[in-house]
Write a protein that binds this ligand. Structure first.
Ligand SMILES: Nc1nc2c(c(=O)[nH]1)N[C@H]1C(S)=C(S)[C@@H](COP(=O)(O)OP(=O)(O)OC[C@H]3O[C@@H](n4cnc5c(=O)[nH]c(N)nc54)[C@H](O)[C@@H]3O)O[C@H]1N2
Ligand SMILES: Nc1nc2c(c(=O)[nH]1)N[C@H]1C(S)=C(S)[C@@H](COP(=O)(O)OP(=O)(O)OC[C@H]3O[C@@H](n4cnc5c(=O)[nH]c(N)nc54)[C@H](O)[C@@H]3O)O[C@H]1N2
Ligand code: SF4
Ligand SMILES: [Mo]
Length: 716
């Protein structure tokens, strides 16, 4: 602690970056109550002082231009909203919810949140929906993000528990990175992998599975540029070849898993040769990757959206987890199947029941005992929590269209820009009786269709806890003042609860009170945090990983812990339950009219729908406009030339982008970032074309595959 006095004198306060799930520690300086400088925190174990440009340029997002400073009400759809008082806006919003519940029942209301809320907000949002309004229609943008991983972890481990820690990077010999562009999307973690590779060039092997070449695949010994959507075929054939190469850990399989016989049987048809047809890869590359997995030493597997955002997302996750289990790469140093979270608090939302199918403390809506436990904690009558799973993000659009959802309340997400088939989404929101949106900014594509706009405080202007990808819970202090009349999300939710008549159950002295309430709901669960407290988190700025039960509170919190080291899982028999992954191609097929596969994703210097990063001139400099990566062999046939504009059309909608003719993307596929929504691009967003087909189990949409046609646009 020798640094503390110095920090205070300089006015530096500690926080966590509000962008990606890496969870870098930052030091923040303010001037006149506004963030003026941000630096990496040298004492934080995640980043040791490093930051990517998005984190370092956080001061750029505090310009008041574009901030929503006061509540607003739009009296009639399509008109400009007018300023209102908090009381009027909340009364109007609560009145709409009350009316919908009275006239159409509780399921005519939907709350849609985000992995960018702090856990305290998330918990209250769920408590209000599930416990008091009486509907499980509370979902989150994590449905577009983590849902496939949550489903597969739950079904395999009996709990939603990513087993490894970041420190395993420094102990791993083998890295398998699937559908993740970590250099752009988890930059500081990627730096740790790169450093590991540099430190042991001969020993460390990196494999990247991605239809595109990226800066991530540049460090790979093997880049498996498979056909989009074909991961299950690749992973099944890899496991089959690993088996043949003698790479199985039979002892682990015998002692700690169930279902291996069925999985082994499912491999019989799969080989490197067999996968060539589905994946478009060379058999030799697959064999080489299998040899590395079998013999090179501890393997960490990282994956994100290339695996999850798929109609076979859960199967891809099963196949990834099976590969780790079958090779004994779990619960030991340098090993583990590690699904990275995207948003800063996606993990906190998972812990506290942010999905339409979950309840606080990793509980499930479908489980009667779980519902009863939560009802007791909330002091509500047995049977108050509905046994019906709620409506998920994509399903919400259909329910709005059919007029079944009358009121939708959105917080910390921008669905009109981030959901696929965005023109349909906009029309669906316009059909709702009442759209309530809680955001620091206006306009966003979603506040444009809001009837009631509630100004939210953001990041440094509010406090709360967040959990990063490695289950590390950190306390963020408020370091600056919210502008205008903006309020922290939890206070807005409490106001609404009071106006709905539930004030008695939402009486909190402050954030810590909320924390203490949900902490109690973790008692005895896999993510038990009964040993944690605000003072403890304030003392351990670097955060504490869960689980942290009260019994663990004997000394300083142990760091870099790994789950399942004893080979015991949360399933009924204590064994990891292996599931057979089924290979199915993407939902939409290519044909003469729509012959190319559109992949959508991210660039390093933008964050999602650009409400914040779009305000930084420096960040905007690296990519100024929407683009489309296309392979030269496709470009030539279509008459598409580098840097010239193209029109991309799917069966749903179209957008324009500047062509980027490059070998780095495989022929037959094209890639566009989804950041530029209708407020940022004059000629449509890639989400106008993206597909809303969903995985039947996780309900996660296939944002990584849409059949499209590309045409050059005439230029003078
Ligand atoms: N700079 C930046 N960083 C971010 C974010 C951001 O907006 N900007 N968002 C955060 C969030 S919420 C998330 S979820 C993460 C997402 O992080 P990532 O998942 O790494 O990002 P994406 O660009 O969506 O997709 C990753 C890769 O998947 C590949 N891919 C597409 N289809 C397939 C397939 O069928 N199989 C395989 N194996 N790969 C495929 C794409 O080519 C792409 O390179 O990033 C987080 N970090
Ligand atoms: N085509 C395509 N679409 C995608 C994806 C893809 O790969 N391809 N990825 C999907 C994924 S993984 C994700 S996670 C989503 C992300 O999609 P969104 O969540 O819609 O994207 P953001 O731009 O992060 O939206 C966050 C909103 O919350 C506001 N906000 C920021 N801080 C706060 C706060 O403290 N309180 C409140 N109330 N509001 C706040 C911001 O201003 C912004 O309007 O996009 C999904 N959509
Ligand atoms: S890596 Fe992620 S958490 Fe770290 S500074 Fe960059 S955006 Fe922020
Ligand atoms: Mo995400």
């Amino acid at each position: 602690m020798p640094r503390l006095p110095l920090l205070r004198r300089e006015g530096w306060k500690r926080s966590i970056c509000c962008y990606c799930g890496v969870g870098c520690g930052v030091k923040v300086q303010t001037r006149d109550g506004v963030v003026s400088a941000v630096r990496g925190d040298e004492d934080h174990p995640v980043n040791r002082g490093k930051l990517c440009a998005k984190g370092a340029l956080l001061p750029d997002i505090f310009d008041l231009e574009g901030r929503l400073l006061h509540p607003q009400i739009r009296e009639r759809k399509g008109e400009e909203p007018r300023r209102s008082s908090w009381d009027e806006a909340i009364e109007r919003a609560a009145g709409a919810i009350r009316r919908a519940v009275d006239e159409h029942g509780p399921h005519s209301v939907m709350l849609y949140g985000s992995g960018q809320l702090v856990t305290e907000d998330y918990y209250l949002f769920g408590k209000l929906a599930k416990g008091f309004i009486g509907t499980n229609n509370q979902d989150t943008n994590s449905r577009l993000c983590m849902a496939s991983a949550v489903t597969a972890y739950n079904l395999t481990f009996g709990s939603d528990a990513p087993p490894a820690s970041y420190s395993d990077i420094e102990q791993a010999k083998t890295f398998l990175i699937v559908g993740a562009n970590m250099e752009a999307c988890h930059p500081i973690l990627f730096e740790r992998i790169r450093a590991r590779k540099r430190a042991d060039k001969a020993g460390v092997r990196v494999m990247v599975v991605d239809p595109r070449g990226t800066r991530t695949s540049e460090i790979a010994d093997i880049h498996l540029a498979l056909r989009p959507g074909s991961d299950v075929a690749l992973l099944q054939s890899l496991l089959s070849e690993v088996h043949l190469a003698g790479g199985l850990d039979q002892e682990y399989l015998d002692n700690h898993t169930s279902g291996w016989e069925e999985v082994a049987a499912s491999l019989s048809g799969w080989s490197a040769e067999r996968a060539v047809e589905e994946t478009g890869l060379d058999a030799g590359e697959i064999l080489e990757a299998a040899r590395i997995i079998a013999h090179n030493g501890p393997m960490l597997t990282f994956w994100t959206m290339g695996a999850n955002q798929s109609t076979s997302g859960v199967d891809k996750n099963f196949a990834l987890i099976n590969l780790s289990l079958a090779t004994g790469n779990i619960g030991k140093p340098g090993a583990g199947p590690f699904s990275l979270t995207g948003q800063p608090n996606a993990m906190g939302g998972r812990e506290q029941g942010g999905l339409a199918t979950t309840l606080p403390g990793h509980r499930l809506v479908a489980n009667a005992e779980h519902r009863a436990e939560v009802e007791r904690a909330w002091g509500i009558a047995p049977g108050s929590i509905s046994d019906q799973p709620g409506v998920t993000a994509i399903e919400m659009v259909e329910r709005l269209e059919r007029g079944e959802i009358k009121v939708v309340w959105v917080a910390a997400t921008n669905p009109v820009a981030s959901l696929p088939n965005s023109e349909r989404v906009r029309a669906a929101f316009e059909r709702a009786e009442t759209v309530i949106v809680q955001d620091p900014y206006h306009p966003t594509e979603t506040t444009q269709v809001a009837d009631i706009l509630l100004p939210a405080a953001q990041w440094s202007e509010r406090a709360g806890t967040m959990t990063n990808s490695e289950r590390r819970i950190c306390l963020l202090e408020q370091v600056s003042e919210p502008p205008g009349e903006a309020l922290p999300d939890w206070q807005i939710i409490v106001k609404m609860a009071e106006a709905l008549g539930y004030g008695d159950s939402f009486r909190y002295d402050g954030l810590e009170d909320i924390f203490l309430e949900y902490r109690e709901l973790s008692r005895g669960r896999d993510m038990d945090i009964t040993g944690l407290s605000y003072p403890l988190l304030a003392q351990h700025r670097a955060g504490v990983q869960w689980p942290y039960p009260v019994a663990a509170r004997t000394g300083p919190p142990e760091d870099n812990r790994r789950l399942f080291e004893d080979g015991q899982f949360g399933t009924a028999d204590g064994r990891a339950r292996m599931h057979v992954p089924t290979w199915t191609p993407p939902a939409e097929s290519l044909d003469d009219e729509y012959p190319l596969a559109l992949i959508t994703g991210r660039v390093k210097d933008q964050w999602h729908t650009m409400t914040r990063t779009g305000r930084s001139a420096k960040l905007m400099k690296s990519e100024r406009e929407p683009f489309l990566e296309i392979n030269p062999s496709d470009a030539i046939g279509l008459g598409v030339r580098d840097r010239e504009p193209v029109l991309v059309s799917s069966r749903r909608g179209s957008f324009q982008a500047a062509a980027r003719v490059t070998d780095s993307i495989r022929a037959g596929s094209v890639f566009a970032p989804f950041h530029w929504g209708s407020l940022w691009a004059d000629n449509g967003s890639s989400n106008a074309s993206a597909s809303e087909a969903i995985d039947p189990r996780s309900k996660q949409p296939e944002l990584k595959f849409a059949a499209v046609r590309v045409e050059p646009l005439a230029t003078q």
